[in-house]
Design a protein. Sequence first.
Length: 401
Amino acid sequence: MRMINLMVGIILASLLFLSPLIAEPTVVSDIYEKTFTVDATSYSPYKSCNIKSNYESGNCQYLYACYMVIPQGALDISSAVQKECFDITDTKKKTFKVSFAPPRGHKWAVVTFLTVLDYQYDNVNYMWNSNIDIPVDYRSAEELISLCEKGKMLRNGVCYDYQAVCIDQYSSNICTNPYSLFCLDYGTGFDFDNIGSFCADRDGDEICDETTSLTCPDTNGNGICDADDVYIQSSVCIDENQNGICDDVETEGVFCRTYYDPVHCGDGTSCVTYPNKCFAEASGCHSWMAGTCEPIYQNLCNSNADCVSPCDGITGICKNPDGLYNRCFFSGECNPTYLQCSVDSDCPESPCVGATFICSSDNTCTIVGECITKPVNVSLWDKIGAFFNSLLSWISGIFGW
């Protein structure tokens, strides 16, 4: 026996040593609020695209501190019920608060990360190409479990009506079970004859436990030790008021299934997305609209004054032609001057980095190339969306989703 105990201890110690230290999920009853900081002050190599000499060299980066809230089972970026990015190109650090009213009875992940947009200038086509990176060292994730409304118990991401039950081993009409037991209504009423309908809640958090102890086998996967199942099958009673004395109470229940057909209520920063209309109506929103909340975009300019001309002859205008967000548009030519020449040295000096004058075959000074202007990001979440599978794989590895 001593040898067996020693072996079990070694196995448990090995499991603890090999398993990553993962924080327990945060249980949310109503509102989740937490302040996060993304700190990229030590990130390198890094050349800010806001510095002229950097972007004129043909390579620079923008930095963004981003977060998103996604449900378990998310397939793409559109599944995120909240997402936002903050430009930290100059500060390299951002503190922000995430406030989230999760639909009842589901698992969520709040993911914060650094987004690096690396721009490379194409000197042949005179355009910027960009790549995105989300460094592993600057990612963090927290798992949330949202509790069900009063009168429901959470099991495997679904809220079910429940009734308290107990083990009456001695037929005395008094409960003798070692921990709190509940029978769940899977939509067809309470089935007290089906052991798979039972749920153990040892810690009283209104979430069905998962049995993991090596000394407590659970072959049918109902979260209750097999040894206790034997007693339950023959001596189950209902104890709705949980006073330790069996009573005869049985009700029918209604619950929201967690299929994903999103709807939303409100607009702007007050908008909340629900997995489906059942969750919306259960939260008091009866005038919901189909689809998720519109994302809130980062403004890149506020007025024409923000669109600095890179050279003489170029005019910058701040406008929003597609309703997404403000950005700079440039028109004109650098030094559109036509001069007679015999050789290149007869022409003016280069008006800007990326463009030069040459003496063309018709003996006029002709500009070749284009001024290298500061790159402007116009599709940040599209780029993050293309990176989503990598993020999801990382999240799944942490939480076992």
